[in-house]
Design a protein around this ligand. Structure first.
Ligand code: SF4
Length: 199
């Protein structure tokens, strides 16, 4: 456990989140696979999940759906899955999880699923911000431009991935921002990894 994150963990736990910290991706991956071993699992777009090799590990458990590695039906199957995994764009020491989405499949699946039993937020320590305003800034000006660049979007931010230009592009990936402060319907885990992961 990192001393500097203890207060943040206490805030989230006081609100009903289950918080776990792991020094390495490998340990976090083993924990998640064990926690979700009896459930089918949907995954939202997440470079963190990709870097951790989590999808491959979950496939060995049973059913896992991810549109990064499947056809578009994977989004529908993910939304109906018993468990859902998402990265975060930022998390604040004051107790907020911030995610931006283009289509809305990821943020809506985090908030609700008719079969949802468990939700897992995955987060490298590089996503931890001091407060909500910094978390929102990070989501807009670091995570979103880098994702736009990764997705080869025709947006001004994708050229240098340097900041948000609040574009009006039809390829804009920032159409909804969700700030979560308490668990919604599912048992909700926040898994922090002591590595830089994702954007
Ligand atoms: S609003 Fe447009 S410019 Fe800003 S990060 Fe999103 S896609 Fe890029």
């Amino acid at each position: 456990m990192r001393e500097d994150l203890k207060d943040m963990f206490a805030i989230f736990e006081s609100r009903g989140f289950i918080v776990r910290y792991f020094d390495t991706s490998a340990r976090a991956r083993d924990f998640i696979c064990d926690e979700l071993k009896d459930l089918d699992v949907g995954i939202g777009g997440s470079v963190t999940v990709e870097q951790m090799g989590l999808f491959e590990a979950l496939k060995n458990n049973g059913n896992a759906y991810w549109h990064f590695f499947g056809d578009s039906s994977a989004i529908e199957k993910s939304s109906m899955a018993q468990a859902y995994i998402s990265g975060v764009n930022a998390i604040s020491k004051t107790g907020e999880i911030v995610n931006i989405d283009g289509r809305g499949n990821r943020v809506s699946s985090c908030m609700f699923g008719v079969n949802r039993k468990k939700l897992v937020y995955l987060c490298g320590v590089n996503k931890v911000c001091d407060d909500l305003s910094q978390a929102v800034w990070r989501a807009k000006n670091i995570a979103a431009p880098k994702n736009a660049q990764r997705l080869h979007r025709k947006t001004p931010c994708a050229v240098k991935a340097d900041k948000c230009y609040d574009c009006r592009s039809p390829e804009r990936i920032c159409n909804a921002m969700v700030i979560q402060t308490h668990p919604t319907s599912a048992q909700t885990y926040i898994v922090i990894v002591g590595e830089d992961l994702g954007y």
